[in-house]
Design a protein around this ligand. Sequence first.
Ligand code: CMP
Length: 226
Amino acid sequence: MDTHNLIRSVPIFSELEESTIKQIVDIGLIRKYTKNSIVFLEEEAGAILFIISTGKVKIVRTDDEGREVILSILGPGDFFGEMALLDGMPRSATVVVLAASELFVINRREFIKLIEGSPQVATSLLGELTRRLRKADTQIENLSLKDAVGRVASVIIQIADDSGKIKKGQVYIDDFPLQQDLANMAGTSRETISRTIRQFMRLGYVDQQGNTFIINEYEKFKNIFS
Ligand code: CMP
């Protein structure tokens, strides 16, 4: 995708006038990252906003023992790195590349100029940050109130809502995350993920075809586990 179409496809920029889109294209540049590379580490100082053109990244926090919790997985059209730019604090999390990525980057000065010059950008940005806060609230509820099976189901629902394709009541999720990544999202072990998914398969709730994960009756699955 060329840079112009990329910027147009980013939800927070999609309603902008052509002249503003051109302005954004001119102030940024594309950087390429290979799989497993680290875009930046938690606690680093940050001066750049990243927009995903292609690929996929995970946003993670790690503890002193190296245990990891995944806060979110982001793909094309999503942005990250805005928090350090907006409050001047260090990066709130580490970002790791899950699939080779092309990231469009904008420096802090240009990003702030863009927000100050366009109420539309500011409103859309607040809308997206609000959606992330709602999702984080749901994650807190899931992690603190649900048992392991409920947490695994909630993570599957979250991924389906984020990147699944619905067809005749079934949801198809391509490039389903690795079991260890699912465990780090659900706050459980890889073994529990494996056991729970096998249990869901036996019950006919889900299927797996290669890298594609299928939820058979999505509304029913959601009703049971939401
Ligand atoms: P920043 O703090 O600059 O660097 C880490 C980035 O991860 C942060 O900006 C956000 O863009 C992103 N991030 C942090 N927490 C979450 C979350 N809960 N959901 C989605 N993205 C997040």
